[in-house]
Structure formats: C-alpha cells, structure tokens
Design a protein around this ligand. Structure first.
Ligand code: SF4
Ligand code: SF4
Length: 766
C-alpha cells in the first residue's frame, strides 16, 4: 500500500456525484448532423482532408494535424460532408471556429479497421505514431495530444507513471463510471503506455469517494504482471490537478516552469488510457467519449457514450431535460467549467460533463465587494500562490509583477474564488492577465523577428555595397594598369623615349578623385572629432592616407603639365629653327641662282629646280612651326583649373564692387581720380578673368560634348543627386519606425551611389 501525502490548500464543495451514477453508461443517439471543430485540443488546429459533398465512413480521418502539437479528427459516423465553415465552438471565448459538418446517413458504417495484434512486437515509435493517427488527446479536460506526452526526448527517463483517476470536481462521474464498467480497458491502456515509457512503477490515484471503481480496478489488476498500485486519496478539490496529484502520491513538487517529465513522472488521465486501448486493440480512433449529463434540470442524469460532434441539445434530450427549469448550462464542472448560451454547441474530445442547472441549484453570483484582505484565498490555493496579490496586479494591469508572482502556476481551479467572502470573480482576472501577457509576448516576438529581419537585410545590403565597391575598384585598377601599359608602349614608340609623356587627362581625373576623397575623409574626421567618436584614430589614419594620395596625384599632374609644356616649347623651337634654316637655305639658293643668271653661268636650270624645292620646304617648315604655335595656344586654357578661374572671377567682381562703392563714398576729388583709375584697372582685369574663364569653360563643354555629355545638364544632375542625399540623411534622422527607416536607408544607398557616379564623371571635366 503506497503512502499518501498532502498538498497545500484545497476545498470541499458539495460533491453532487450520486445523481449521475445510478444508471449505467448508455449510448447517446446519433444526431442528424455532427459538427466537428478543427480545434479540439491544445496546439495547432487540424487541416480538413475532405470537401463539401464528400461521403465519409465512420472512423475515416477527415482532418490531419498540421503541427507537432496537434491531433487528427475522424468521422464519428458515416454520412456526407455538408459544410465546412465557422460554427460556435465549446470555448470560454464563445467565438466560432472552423468546423466540418457531417450529415449522418443512419447506416453508421465503419471504415475498414483492425487492431495492431501483438503491439509489443512493434517499435515504440510506430506505436506512438498509431496513437497519433488515432487522434487521441488528453480526455481529462486539458486536451494535450497524447502522442506528444509519450514521445519523450532521450533526456527524459520515466520512473513513475501516474494514472489520474481522481476526478475531483463536483458533478463529474464519467471516469468513475468508465472504471466501474470498463476497468479492463483502463488496464489495457495502462499496459500499452507502460510498454512505451517503461516506468519502474505505476500509481493509480483515485479519490475515496469511488469505492465501486476501486473494487473494479482491484479485480482486473489481479490479471496483470505490472507493478501497479492503486493509491486512494482523500476527497478534496482539486486533488485531480496534475501537480497536486503528483504531490499527493509522491510528495514531490514539480518546480515552477517545469513539466512532470523533467522529474521522471508522466501523468495520463484514466479516460485517455481506455481510448489508447481501443485504438491499439481494435483500430478505433477517438470518435466518442463518455460524458456526464447532470443537473437538476434533467430528469434522468447519467453518463452517455456520445459521438464527438453531437450537439448538447441531443444529449440534454437523451436525459429528459426540463427546458422550463433550465437556468444555466455549464460545460465542464461547476469549478472550472464555462457557461454556454447555445445548446447547439457540439461535444468535443475534452467535454467530460454537461450541467443543466436550475436557478436554485446555481443562483446568480452575489454582487462583488471590495477585497478585505482576509487571506482565505491564500489558504485555499493548492498552488501556494497569493491570489489576492495576483488579483491586484491583474486589476492594475501590472502584468510583469503578476508574472513574477507565478501567475502561470495558477491552474484556474477556482478554489480561491469559491472561498472569497467578497465574491470576487478572481479566476476571470487571472485568465484576463494571462491572455494579455500572452498577447504582449506574441507582439514582442513579432517585433523581435521584424527587427532581426531588418538588421539581417541591412547587413546584406552593406555587404553587397562593399562587394560592389571592391569590384568597382578592382575594375578601375585594371583599367588604370591597362592604360598605363598602353601609354608606356605609345611612349616607347615615340621619338623621345626618355621623356615619355604621361596621359594628362588621366592624371587630372586621378587628382580630382583624390581631392574628393580627401574632402570626404576630412568631413568624416571632423564629424567624428566633434562627437569624440571611438573610431577617431582610424579616421585620422584614413585622412592622412587620403592627403598623401591627393598630394601625390597633384604632383604627378603638375609634373605632367610642366613636362608637357616644356615638350611643346622644345618642339616649337625646333620647328622655328627648322623653318629659319629652310629660309636660309632658300636665300642662299636664290642668291646662287641670281648670280648664275647675271653672269650667264651653266646649271641655271638645276639651280632653279633647287630653289623651287627649297621654297616648298621652307613653306612646309614655316607652316609646321605656325601650326605647333597655334595648337600650343589652344591647349593652354584646358590645363587651367576651371574652379580657380571661377574663383578668380568672383574675387575680381568683389574687388570691383568695393572699389566702385569707395568712389561713391569718396568726397576728395584727388582720391576720386585715383580710385577711378583703380576701378578702370580692375574692370580690365575682371574682363580678362571672365574671358579666360569663358574660354576655359567653352573648351570643357566641347570636350564633354565630344564624349556625348551635356556638361551643363551633368552639373544640374549632380547637384540634384547631392541634394537628394542630403534630404535622405535628414529624413533618416527623423524616421519614426523601423519600417520607415529601412525604406529611407534603401533609397539613400541608391541616391549616394547615383551622386557618387555623377560626381566622378563631373570631376573629369572640372
Ligand atoms: S479571499 Fe477575497 S477578500 Fe479575502 S483576501 Fe482573497 S480576494 Fe480578498
Ligand atoms: S484559481 Fe489559481 S490562484 Fe485561485 S486557488 Fe486555484 S490555483 Fe490558486
């Protein structure tokens, strides 16, 4: 005989069980229509496998589980699927949910089915899979899919299997009657579960108010080899709570936030064991259950074996309901059940009781009074919580505090509300707080998920941008290398290999790019310095490197310009000399011809031909010289810095205005004359600077046009792109949501890329 321990709290409400145990279990009639909700269990809903118009056989799977924690649903009788839509379901929310409606054909024809025979020869996983396919979920009220409870991980070693036969809630006698009449099914189910879990011993916990059931169990246990103990516990509500029964039978407390399997214990309801027995030995899925129909508003309270999906009205009629006396219809027991307004709601796998109560039996709750902090709720609480504190936290929406006071250890047994002298509906507050916390957690999870996705996307975009930039740089380096090789070859083929002229255009572009980078590096460093940022040293190093590169590029450009100019001068000089030499030779030849003609010497014709040849050569040399001079003059403005010229024009304009203003304010005539001369001089210089700028600008415009570029338009486009970047950066700093920030970031990447591309093109012409 196993020892019985005690749990904290508990109450002794009137049992009201005898009314429904006078008659044996009888079969409920098969209704015309059965309504089968897709969510009859904890976890995900089932997914319909049939469509409207399909005919189905009894026991045929009509909905399959869609997640690990879910259960399949089977047709309770043969007939036709007439609807798949939302119908009211048996839930505290009173809401509707998806249901399959079957019109019974009256034949009650089974699908072909058979038991597994010697199940002990099967692999345990196959056996668990069969239980899953049979749609069995805990029948004690919670409805947790049974296969999940049996399929434990390697970490879970089960020492004790506890069969919950306590059935502690008043009025409910379904398990009691099952044990009295079908104890062999209960034992058969226990043997299957024990075969799967291999516990060292099995305990059946049953309240001492069920002597007939205890005798029936004792009788069948004589025929088993298993180490099974029946532990009779005192009648006290809620001894059938999982944690309370474990404490009663083993004196072990399941730690908060853990499950019994973590401490080597698995609990199964007595009704669930019988369902497993029928599924394994006869191949019958869970399509019916025993339900207690009781209350003073029915003339013949009893237990009915009813098909899942049977409307409550059919069950009430089967027990001879007195509609005129019916005041309240409660699904479940009086402590944990919920009041339903609609008798068309169907029976589901977890419905163990239906109470048709009269006004006298269940009068309306008295008005709620203020909490007087009497502490009676705390004394009654089997979970050793502080119900009045939880009530204050829930009422004040202090959900975090409620959580820290173990709100989720509350089993909603209602013992606290039962003893409360102020009639405070405490359980309703706890349900509300739990629901709010779950909603908040779901929202938080969604927000976390969205943030993670945003960050991952940003990282990906940055990575792509970095890779793109690296590829661009590699291409630029390749192009520069190829160009440099080409220039070297061209230079080596030129007449003066030792003075191989670098490509001035390229050098100018490189210098402009280096200047832009230097500006950017300077700006980044200044901003970081203002904020005293962590990466200041890094930015300083980058700035120094950019400065050094810009200096090198400027030097290379200056050297190219100077050597180019010297080269041009040399060439011009040489051509000038060549032209002079040609003229000298021509002069000598002309003198010789004149002398020969004057003296009548021989060879005059030959001298005339020589003079003609020399005349042509002298002309060619002169033209070459003039052309070289002209081309040298044309190139000059191109080499001038257009920005410097523009600045020069601006300075001259300012000086001129100042000087003109000074004249206006001057009263001394002598000074006025002197200032007038200065103004004239400044005007000239301003006009010269303007002309120089216009000429240089014209050359740049023509050069860009040769490359198919409208320089003015290019400047406008670049300015607009820069403005778009500035605008985007401003918008980013004001963004209010992650989504908005993400969109702006995306636009900014594109805007920056466009602005950079346009600036680079522009830098080739400025
Ligand atoms: S039993 Fe009711 S009145 Fe007493 S402390 Fe608890 S909530 Fe307050
Ligand atoms: S409903 Fe919750 S707080 Fe109230 S007695 Fe039961 S477990 Fe304790």
């Amino acid at each position: 005989m196993s020892k019985v321990f005690a749990f904290h709290g508990g109450i002794h409400p009137p049992e009201n069980k005898k009314q429904s145990t006078r008659a044996p279990i009888s079969k409920a009639p098969v209704p015309d229509k059965l309504v089968l909700p897709m969510q009859q269990h904890i976890g995900g809903p089932s997914l319909p496998l049939v469509k409207v118009g399909d005919t189905v056989l009894k026991g045929q799977m009509i909905a399959e589980p869609i997640s690990r924690i879910s259960a399949s649903i089977h047709a309770p009788t043969s007939g036709k699927v007439v609807d798949i839509a939302e119908y009211p379901i048996p839930h505290a929310s009173g809401l509707s949910a998806e249901c399959i409606v079957i019109e019974a054909d009256g034949e009650d024809r089974w699908i072909e089915h058979q038991g597994l025979g010697d199940y002990k020869q099967l692999k345990r996983t196959d056996l668990i899979e069969h239980i899953r396919a049979s749609g069995i979920a805990g029948m004690g009220g919670a409805g947790f899919p049974t296969d999940v409870k049996l399929h434990l991980s390697e970490d879970h070693i089960v020492n004790t299997l506890i069969i919950n036969a306590a059935e502690c809630e008043p009025y409910i006698t379904a398990d009691d009657m099952l044990m009295r009449e079908r104890a062999h099914e209960v034992l058969g189910g226990i043997e299957i579960i024990a075969h799967i879990l291999r516990p060292s011993h099995v305990l059946i916990g049953i309240e001492d108010n069920k002597p007939n059931a205890i005798h029936a169990l004792e009788a069948v246990l004589k025929h088993t080899d298993l180490n099974i103990d029946i532990v009779v516990v005192p009648t006290k509500y809620p001894s059938g709570g999982e944690r309370q029964l474990i404490k009663l039978l083993t004196d072990i407390e399941v730690p908060s936030g853990r499950i019994p399997a973590d401490i080597g214990i698995v609990c199964q309801n007595v009704g669930t064991t019988a369902a497993i027995y029928r599924a394994v030995h006869f191949g019958e899925p869970l399509i019916s259950r025993i339900v207690t129909v009781t209350g003073d508003a029915v003339r013949h309270p009893k237990n009915l074996e009813a098909l899942i999906g049977t409307p409550f009205s059919t069950l009430l009629e089967a027990c001879d309901v007195r509609p005129e006396a019916l005041s309240k219809l409660v699904m479940g027991g009086p402590m944990m059940g919920v009041t339903v307004e609609n008798d068309q709601i169907p029976l589901i796998k977890t419905t163990n009781c239906l109470i048709a109560a009269t006004e006298h039996e269940m009068p309306a709750a008295p008005p709620t009074q203020a909490c007087i902090r009497c502490g009676m709720c705390e004394q009654a609480c089997p979970a050793e919580l502080l119900p009045q504190q939880l009530y204050w936290f829930a009422k004040g929406r202090e959900f975090e505090k409620a959580k820290h006071h173990n709100l989720f250890d509350c089993i909603e047994c209602g013992a606290c509300a039962y003893v409360c002298p102020s009639s405070i509906p405490l359980v309703q507050y706890y349900r509300f707080a739990k629901s709010e916390i779950r909603t908040e957690e779901r929202d938080q999870q969604k927000a976390d998920h969205a943030r993670q996705r945003f960050e991952a996307r940003q990282a990906r975009l940055e990575q792509e941008a970095a890779e793109k930039e690296a590829r661009r740089k590699a291409r630029a380096a390749e192009a520069a290398k190829a160009q440099s090789q080409k220039t070297a070859v061209q230079s080596s083929e030129a007449a003066a290999p030792e003075t191989a002229a670098p490509d001035a255009k390229q050098l100018k572009t490189a210098a402009a790019v280096a200047r832009t980078k230097l500006k950017k590096a300077q700006k980044a460093y200044d901003e970081a310095a203002a904020l005293n940022a962590d990466n200041l040293a890094e930015l300083e190093a980058a700035l120094n490197e950019a400065r050094s590169k810009a200096d090198e590029a400027e030097k290379a450009l200056a050297s190219s310009a100077s050597s180019g100019s010297e080269g041009g001068d040399d060439q011009s000089k040489q051509l000038k000399i060549a032209a002079a030499v040609a003229r000298t030779k021509l002069k000598k030849a002309q003198d010789a011809l004149k002398n020969a003609e004057d003296k009548g010497l021989d060879g005059v014709d030959k001298l005339r031909a020589t003079v003609a040849t020399l005349e042509q050569k002298a002309n060619e040399a002169q033209q070459a010289y003039e052309k070289a001079e002209a081309s040298g003059t044309d190139k000059a403005p191109v080499e001038v810095d257009i920005k410097a010229l523009k600045q020069q024009v601006s300075i001259m304009r300012t000086k001129l205005k100042k000087a003109e203003s000074a004249i206006d304010n001057c009263e001394d005539e002598a000074d006025k004359t002197r200032l007038g001369q200065e103004v004239e001089e400044l005007k000239k210089r301003f006009e010269q600077a303007t002309a120089q700028f216009d000429k240089a600008e014209q050359v740049l415009v023509e050069r860009a046009a040769q490359a198919g570029i409208d320089l003015k338009q290019l400047r406008i486009d670049a300015a607009m792109a820069r403005a778009a970047v500035t605008k985007g950066e401003r918008s980013l700093s004001k963004a209010e949501s992650d989504e908005e920030r993400s969109q702006i970031e995306q636009d900014l990447v594109a805007a920056r890329s466009k602005a950079e591309a346009l600036n680079q093109t522009l830098s080739q012409y400025e």
